[in-house]
Write a protein that binds this ligand. Structure first.
Ligand code: HEC
Length: 129
């Protein structure tokens, strides 16, 4: 009886991590199919100034057009197009919207922050999807 236990146990010990590794490698492939996340400096600006509206917790209209919670699920083409639109609206001062610029002026990105968005938008490529 003792013999059965000792030969059966190692099999189990191999099987369990094996299943775990298999599961991880499948997840790993899914991750590699995602588009890049926001870089840290951009993420900081977006989190403070844009995500109150442009996230899954945001307004219906704003999150429908641009949802940073789902950013990595956007194709690289879509990421680049949205990033360029972000810069163009920031440059014109039309985002965040007028109403919020009055009530929460502290969330309006500074010139330096707008410059960070500009450089980031320019750096995005649509290659290597
Ligand atoms: C108070 C809520 C609010 C905040 C804060 C806000 N937005 Fe918006 N944004 C909206 C709404 C609402 C729309 C849709 C407007 C429309 O379609 O007329 C929009 C639309 C946009 C669009 C157009 C998307 C498209 O594809 O048409 C961009 C780009 C955008 N916002 C960028 C930003 C950026 C960048 C920030 C942060 C600096 C920001 N927004 C902050 C509410 C907000």
């Amino acid at each position: 009886m003792k013999k059965v236990t000792t030969s059966f146990l190692p099999d189990l010990l191999f099987l369990v991590p094996g299943l775990f590794l298999l599961n991880c490698s499948v997840t790993g492939q899914d991750i590699s199919r995602e588009s890049p996340a926001l870089p840290e400096n951009v993420n900081k600006i977006v989190t403070a100034s844009c995500m109150p509206c442009h996230s899954s917790n945001g307004g219906f209209l704003s999150r429908g057009k641009l949802n940073f919670t789902q950013w990595t699920q956007y194709s690289s083409e879509k990421q680049k197009a949205k990033a360029e639109k972000m810069y163009s609206l920031l440059k014109k001062g039309s985002m965040p919207p007028k109403s919020v610029r009055k009530t929460r002026p502290e969330i309006i990105p500074t010139e330096d922050q707008i410059d960070i968005i500009k450089k980031w938008a320019e750096s995005l490529t649509t290659e290597n999807k």
